[in-house]
Design a protein around this ligand. Structure first.
Ligand code: ZN
Ligand code: ZN
Length: 261
C-alpha cells in the first residue's frame, strides 16, 4: 500500500506493519502501526506537527489502540485524535497532569527548529500544547496484547522515563525499543526524571528477549540489525566496570550506540 502524506513518510517494514516517520524534523521520530485481524496498535503518535490519524485512517479501518512508549512530547503529538490511549502506570501522571521539566516556550522552540520539510499549513506553533488526557488503561510488564492472530508483548524498560516500555511483536520478531535504544544520537539519561541504573537494567532486560529478528528505535535510522545488541553488551560491561552508571559522567560512545548520563 502506497501512502502519500505531506508530512509523514510511511514504510511497510513487515506484514501488516508500518513505520510512520517524520524525517523532516531534526528528531527524526518514528511511530509504528501494527495491524491484527481485530484491531491495530499504534505505538506513539509523533511530534504533533501533523495529525498522524490522517495516515492511520488510510492504513486500517480497524479500531486503533494507542500504546505510549513513554510520555515525552515527541511521542504523544497526535494522542488527542484517539480515544483508546494506554500507558504504563509510572508515566501516567505526566500523561494526565502534564509533563514536568521543560516549559512551553522550550518545547515550542525545539519543535520548530531544524525543520527540513514544509510544515503543514494547518499547523500553528502558537496553538501547540503538549497532550494531556486520561489513559484508557495501564500497561503492565509482561502483558500480552491480542490484536487477532497477532500478539505483542509489553516490556517495562524504565530509565529514560519511569514508565518507558518496549514492545516485542510475535508475528515479525521485531523489538520496538522507543527511546532506550536507537542509533546515531545519544540516548538520554542525564536529566532528573531519568535513571542511569534503571536504563542499564532495561538494556539487560532487552538482551534476554528471545526471538528478536530486528530492532526499531523511535528516532533516527529506521530499524537496525540485532548485532547492535553485541554493542549493548560491550557498553554495559564498560560502563559498569568503570563505575560510570550515574548522572554527570557525561557522553559515552560505543561502536553503534552512545549514551549520555
Ligand atoms: Zn523520550
Ligand atoms: Zn523521543
Amino acid at each position: 500500500m502506497q501512502i502519500q502524506h505531506e508530512w509523514f513518510d510511511v514504510a511497510e517494514i513487515g506484514p501488516q506493519t508500518y513505520a510512520i516517520s517524520e524525517w523532516g524534523h531534526w528528531e527524526k521520530v518514528h511511530s509504528f502501526l501494527l495491524i491484527g485481524d481485530n484491531k491495530a496498535v499504534l505505538i506513539d503518535t509523533g511530534l504533533g506537527i501533523a495529525n498522524i490519524k490522517e495516515v492511520t485512517d488510510q492504513l486500517t479501518s480497524l479500531p486503533i489502540e494507542v500504546i505510549t512508549s513513554h510520555v515525552h512530547t515527541d511521542h504523544i503529538g497526535s494522542h488527542a485524535s484517539f480515544d483508546n490511549i494506554f500507558v504504563h502506570a509510572e508515566d501516567r501522571d505526566w500523561l494526565e497532569n502534564g509533563i514536568q521539566g521543560p516549559n512551553l516556550e522550550q518545547i515550542r522552540f525545539n519543535l520548530m527548529r531544524d525543520i527540513s520539510k514544509e510544515v503543514p499549513e494547518a499547523f500553528d506553533i502558537n496553538e501547540f500544547y503538549p497532550y494531556q488526557g486520561e489513559a484508557k488503561g495501564l500497561l503492565i510488564d509482561g502483558q500480552w496484547v491480542e490484536l487477532g492472530n497477532r500478539s505483542i508483548r509489553i516490556i517495562h524498560t524504565p530509565g529514560h522515563s519511569p514508565g518507558h516500555i518496549s514492545i516485542w511483536d510475535q508475528l515479525t520478531g521485531f523489538l520496538f525499543t522507543g527511546d532506550v535504544l536507537y542509533l546515531e544520537t545519544p540516548i538520554y539519561a542525564f536529566y532528573p526524571s531519568t535513571d542511569p541504573v534503571l536504563l542499564i537494567n532495561s538494556w539487560k532486560k532487552l538482551l534476554t528477549i528471545k526471538g528478536v529478528t530486528r530492532l526499531f528505535g523511535s528516532h533516527n535510522q529506521l530499524g537496525f540489525d540485532i548485532e547492535v545488541l553485541e554493542d549493548v553488551k560491550t557498553a554495559i560491561a564498560y560502563l559498569e566496570q568503570n563505575d560510570l552508571v550515574k548522572w554527570g559522567t557525561g557522553l559515552h560512545s560505543f561502536k553503534h550506540i552512545s549514551v549520555q548520563f
